[in-house]
Design a protein around this ligand. Structure first.
Ligand code: ADP
Ligand code: MG
Length: 744
């Protein structure tokens, strides 16, 4: 026992301990064979790493099925030591004595090692000859057995600790080595190299599984010097029928000795690859076999639980790492894409904006060219007409002069002069728009100016339109050309009337004091300061934004050809700007329009009323006689009525034949019938006159006619009390004709 203690002191390997103890015991007892082995109580097998034998006696190293040698294992399981002097004579071994004797065990001692009621190991002492075992022999064996078991277990514990320490150190080193790597293939390359070198085997590889889970591709491997690479494509089924089944459920495929464990045809693949032993560790993700990691050796190799655990751990960690770097790479890629997007966003916004600005410039340019074209066209057209009139009359004059027929030539001179005057008026309006007209600004009270015009406005807009004036109390004085201001106001009102035709509506003229600060001033394109505003609001058709934006353009009109010149608002605009003010439109289609004129305040009193008053209209010499005016064209009817009323007559209006006949057939007093010849409604002016004279013989009639209607009146002399005036006519001429007829 002292020697045993000495021998066991420095031994670390469990197998060596078992052998040393066996040797000490065998020498002391002069036995044939002594050993210490673990028992697998489930299979009744004895597992011996290394036993001691006397010369010429074979070893029992390996696995021994104890039932092959009798039933004595039952005694061992109940913690009973066995000492059999002669196996032939003992009930427990009698039937197996030949087998025992063949293994140099004519007699033997077995001492059980039982832990927590379970047989875990046995110490056996065999003798080739019959031997009576002394009780102290038994005690001695038992004592050695206990000490050996203790020493073996302790050593095993230390070895396990060392192994797991080594495993942890390896995993730690592997983690450090691969931590910085961000490429999946590089991670796996480093891992296979380190695992292969750590385990001292011939290779380590990783593979991707095909979509169909039938094949796999070894993407990379590490091979020990002299061992071939395994990179390539394979089919799972070629690695034995177990391989696909095991791997697909996530279990490792473990082969310790491919030639011994597998059928020859299954082993062929391993042999061709030069693989004797392998652990193939699967990665199953969401129920799908996706990858493999394998360690292999050319020689058969009994993989330990430690090695298996290591591979499992390495595989899990590597794939986790690969997935993490994949996710990180995705993240980096999207972050890079985002910052690229951000970096170029500004550039792209800039590019788009400048494109937009270019397009706007082009549009503005096109609009400007269109406006200029319209302006030139308008001027050319109007001037051509005027020039045609002037030169035509001059030609006639020339003709008469050469013929020496001087009577009535004044008429051509007058016509040419009138054309020149109209041309001058046109240029005047153009000059107004271009803000180059000669203005005669005076300190003006706008309220007083409006009051002086109210009558004229009412007459101009007609009875269908109600006119209201709201003059601000204490309205500031403004310094403008009063006649241009009147012109502007009249223009606003005429436009309002046109916008409310034919149903009429309401015009409100309003004045106010206005102190404009920025941004209100800048918004109206005025310098900050004090202004007088004059606004005309109507309840008419309103304007679209497009019309608003062009309303101030010269010659811009939405009215039918001949009805509008498109010069009214352009004149107002030029006048307002030239006077240091502004004009603004606020309008909504279907609701109405407000047009405001802003004029700068003048610090000082307005000039006297007479200075700004309109020259008074000539008082007419009519005596309240009643005139029926039949005219379908309202503007002409309005003018005629105006002239009549100015001259002291009363007017009744009708716009067509039937309307006129109703009046004529009533017993209203009518002193004169003025009628257009061409009228709508199937009855012309001539027929009206004839019908009228049936009830009212001798009724005085004045026909208004355009050139084309002359035929209606016949070529002969008109009856007495009838006269004709040809369009266009001068108002004064009309007034004179009316007076002549009534007074005659
Ligand atoms: P004109 O009256 O000869 O058409 P203006 O320069 O006076 O020319 O007006 C230009 C255009 O502006 C008009 O043709 C009309 O379309 C529009 N407009 C002006 N005033 C009004 C208004 N009060 N209501 C609706 N549209 C208006
Ligand atoms: Mg107008």
């Amino acid at each position: 026992l002292v020697r045993l203690t000495d021998r066991l002191r420095d031994i670390e390997d469990p197998a060596d301990i078992a052998y040393a103890a066996s040797e000490v015991l065998g020498m002391a007892l002069s036995a044939s064979r002594v050993g210490y082995g673990a028992i697998d109580a489930d299979t009744d097998t004895l597992h011996v790493d290394r036993d001691w034998t006397a010369p010429g006696v074979d070893s029992l190293a390996g696995v021994t099925h104890l039932r092959d040698y009798g039933s004595f294992i039952d005694s061992l399981k109940s913690d009973e030591s066995i000492a059999i002097a002669d196996v032939r004579l003992d009930d427990r071994t009698g039937i197996a004595s030949d087998a025992l004797e063949a293994r140099s065990a004519r007699s033997f001692v077995n001492v059980p090692i039982v832990e927590q009621g379970r047989l875990v190991a046995v110490v056996f002492v065999n003798d080739a000859a019959v031997r009576q075992w002394a009780p102290e022999d038994l005690t001695f064996v038992r004592e050695v057995g206990q000490r050996t078991h203790t020493a073996v277990e302790r050593a095993r514990g230390r070895a396990g600790l060392r192994e797991s320490e080594a495993r942890l150190r390896f995993l730690d080193a592997l983690g450090k080595e691969t931590a910085k790597i961000v490429d999946a293939d590089e991670i796996l390359a480093a891992t296979t190299r380190m695992v292969g070198q750590h385990l001292g085997i011939s290779g380590c590889a990783y593979a991707d599984i095909d979509e169909d889970e039938d094949g796999f591709t070894v993407r990379g491997d590490w091979s020990a010097p002299g061992s071939p690479s395994t990179v390539g494509h394979y089919r799972l089924a070629d690695f034995g029928k177990l391989a696909p089944r095991t791997l697909r459920v996530g279990l490792p495929l473990i082969v310790n000795d491919s030639l011994a464990e597998l059928d020859p045809e299954e082993a062929a693949t391993f042999r061709n690859m030069g693989i004797g032993a392998v652990i193939s560790m699967p990665l199953v993700k969401e129920g799908r076999l996706t990858a493999l990691m394998a360690v292999y050796d050319k020689a058969p190799h009994a993989w330990s639980a430690n090695e298996l655990g290591l591979i499992r751990e390495v595989t899990e960690r590597s794939w986790a790492h690969v997935e993490r770097v994949g996710a990180e790479a995705d993240l980096r890629a999207s972050a890079a894409a985002l910052s690229e997007l951000n970096a170029t966003l500004e550039q792209r916004v800039y590019e788009r904006t400048s494109l937009l600005m270019q397009a706007e410039d082009a549009l503005r340019q096109a609009q400007k060219m269109e406006a200029v074209g319209q302006l030139t066209g308008g001027i050319a057209h109007d001037f051509n007409n005027l020039l045609a009139g002037i030169s035509g009359n001059l030609e006639m004059l020339e003709l008469r002069l050469t013929e020496g027929r001087l009577a009535g030539v004044e008429r051509y001179i007058a016509a040419a002069q009138s054309g020149s005057r109209r041309a001058a008026a046109l240029t005047q309006r153009l000059l107004a728009f271009s803000r180059r007209q000669t203005l005669d600004p005076r300190a003006t009270d706008a309220n007083r100016l409006i009051a002086g015009m109210e009558d004229l406005i009412r007459r101009s807009v007609g009875p269908n339109v109600e006119v209201g004036v709201v003059g601000a109390d204490g309205l500031w004085t403004t310094k403008v050309d009063p006649s241009q201001l009147e012109n502007s106001l009249l223009n606003f009102c005429i436009n309002a009337r046109d916008a409310m035709a034919p149903n009429g509506g309401r015009i409100t003229i309003e004045t106010a004091n206005l102190s404009l600060k920025d941004p209100a001033a800048r918004e109206r394109d005025l310098a900050p300061g004090q202004y007088v505003s004059l606004c005309v609001t109507d309840t008419g058709a309103g304007m679209t934004p497009e019309v608003i934006s062009r309303a101030f353009d010269p010659f811009f009109t939405t009215k039918p050809l001949g009805a509008g010149t498109g010069l009214g608002l352009s004149m107002v605009y030029g006048f307002a700007r030239q006077s240091g003010g502004q004009v603004r439109i606020d309008s909504e289609v279907g609701k109405g329009t407000t047009i405001c004129l802003y004029l700068p305040r003048f610090l000082g009193d307005a000039e006297s009323a007479e200075a700004t008053a309109r020259p008074s209209v000539d008082a007419g010499d009519g005596g309240g006689e009643i005139v029926l005016v039949v005219e379908d064209e309202p503007t002409i009817r309005l003018l005629v009525v105006e002239v009549l009323e100015d001259s002291g007559y009363k007017a009744i209006e009708a716009s067509d034949g039937p309307g006129a006949l109703r009046v004529l057939q009533s017993d209203a007093r009518i002193d004169l019938l003025i009628t257009d010849v061409g009228l709508p409604g199937g009855i012309n002016g001539r027929q009206i006159a004839d019908a009228a004279r049936i009830d009212r013989p001798g009724l005085k009639v004045l026909f208004i006619t355009g050139y084309a209607e002359k035929a209606v009146l016949g070529s002969g002399q008109l009856e007495t009390g009838m006269a004709v005036i040809t369009k266009p006519f001068v108002m004064a001429a009309l007034g004179a004709k009316v007076r002549d007829l009534i007074d005659s």
